[in-house]
Design a protein around this ligand. Structure first.
Ligand SMILES: [Zn+2]
Length: 410
């Protein structure tokens, strides 16, 4: 299949020889990346210590884990675009939810993303629900778009969650012929996690509104889990990237804060205290299903674009502020991630696979969002393009991975 035309420029230069990596054979590596938006160690650690996240605990014991340095004022579209291109937002063009007055889209991407480079090297690629991948791009496999997919009633820069049948303004699935197959086998699923209720919708009926919204979140996750399971079982690809977004959205307004926290409203925050931790309990079940497809020769990376923390100070007009920066709408949020210093809300990184160290906690910020793409390319023996800012994470391997530097004609 063809890659996106604009990224075909220079393809000849990139078509270099594939070398075995990390002491593996010439067999093409199998890699799965699972993205969990806004994964927060402060919430996950107590659940791990209580033994409530069996699958997550198993992965951690089998691999390396720790924080991942993210961008300044991180949000999903710009961080995922930096992960995909290993370049900062000002270079790759995706600087936030809105770019030059319009919702961020793949048409605005100025640097070649990981999936395009992999495709050019004949690596089969599968993508589902990755933020800022709408409209989908042709690649050597399949792509189902994620956050910022446009549909009925969507306003620029404001999150909405169209179902597959409600998508407008571009294609959400590549190849287009896959739409009918997905509708038949998975159903008419929501592309992204549902939008949070507004302050008006909550007023006076908080418990009812929260429960109703959380019910839809559960449905979205169930659909995503079914989609992931279908794709992994019926469309196995060398490289697969799957992303969930509900964890982040729940955290924004249902983070279990205390009365002395900024923004505390007893009508909202004295009920459903488990709503946010429950998202990770639910993710653990999804992870269990994905682990069925992770054999001893598979690399699994679980990553998060950023964490999420309670507001630290009163911000006058914060609802307006967050409508511009944190997913839009006017939900009374009490946790966020667009702190100027990204180290205040680090992302997460967990990796297992052949030759990856076991039960090792990475201290400090060994890993940054820029390192993911170079490391994945290295696993396939593909040299790191010069524009990429990150480095190959040799620290996580028992033996340093080989550095593919000598191109050879195929
Ligand atoms: Zn968020």
């Amino acid at each position: 299949m063809l890659c996106d035309k604009k990224f075909l420029i220079g393809a000849v230069a990139l078509l270099m020889g594939v070398m075995p990596v990390c002491g593996q054979t010439n067999q093409r590596p199998h890699v799965i990346i699972v993205g969990v938006n806004g994964m927060e160690w402060d919430i996950i650690r107590p659940l791990l210590l209580k033994g409530e996240l069996h699958n997550f605990a198993e992965v951690i014991q089998r691999g390396v884990y720790g924080k991942m340095r993210t961008l300044s004022a991180p949000n999903c579209p710009k961080v995922y675009s930096s992960i995909a291109t290993s370049t900062p937002p000002e270079e790759n063009g995706i600087t936030g939810f809105v770019v030059a007055g319009k919702t961020a889209s793949t048409d605005m991407l100025k640097r070649e993303p990981l999936w395009s480079i992999l495709s050019k090297h004949d690596v089969t690629v599968g993508m589902a629900n990755v933020p800022a991948t709408f409209p989908v791009m042709p690649l050597n496999g399949y792509m189902i778009s994620g956050m910022l997919t446009r549909g009925q009633g969507c306003e620029d820069g404001i999150l909405c969650s169209p179902k597959l049948s409600e998508v407008k303004g571009g294609e959400a699935v590549y190849p287009p012929s896959m739409v009918a197959e997905l509708e038949m086998n998975v159903g008419d699923f929501w592309i992204d996690c549902s939008r949070m209720p507004t302050a008006e919708q909550l007023k006076g009926k908080e418990a009812e509104a929260i429960d109703h919204w959380l019910q839809q979140v559960s449905q979205v996750r169930a659909q995503q889990a079914k989609l992931f399971d279908y794709l992994l079982s019926h469309h196995r690809t060398d490289f697969t990237m799957l992303v969930q977004s509900c964890e982040d959205r729940v955290g924004h307004w249902l983070y279990p804060i205390q009365p002395y926290n900024v923004g505390y409203d007893p009508a909202l925050h004295s009920i459903r205290l488990n709503a946010f931790p429950d998202q990770y309990r639910a993710f653990d079940q999804v992870l269990g299903k994905i682990l069925k497809y992770v054999d001893k020769n598979t690399y699994l990376f679980i990553i998060s674009d950023h964490g999420i923390k309670p507001l630290r100070e009163f911000e006058e007009g914060r609802r307006l502020y967050h409508s511009a920066h944190d997913h839009g709408g006017n939900t009374p949020i009490i946790a966020k991630h667009d702190f100027e210093d990204g180290d205040d809300v680090p992302g997460s990184f967990i990796a297992i696979g052949p030759n990856i160290k076991r039960d090792v906690r990475l201290m400090g910020f060994t890993v940054s969002v820029f390192d993911i793409a170079p490391t994945i390319l290295n696993l396939y023996g593909i040299p790191q393009p010069t524009q990429m800012k990150g480095h190959v994470l040799s620290e996580i391997f028992e033996a340093p991975p080989s550095q593919p530097t000598a191109p050879s004609a195929r």
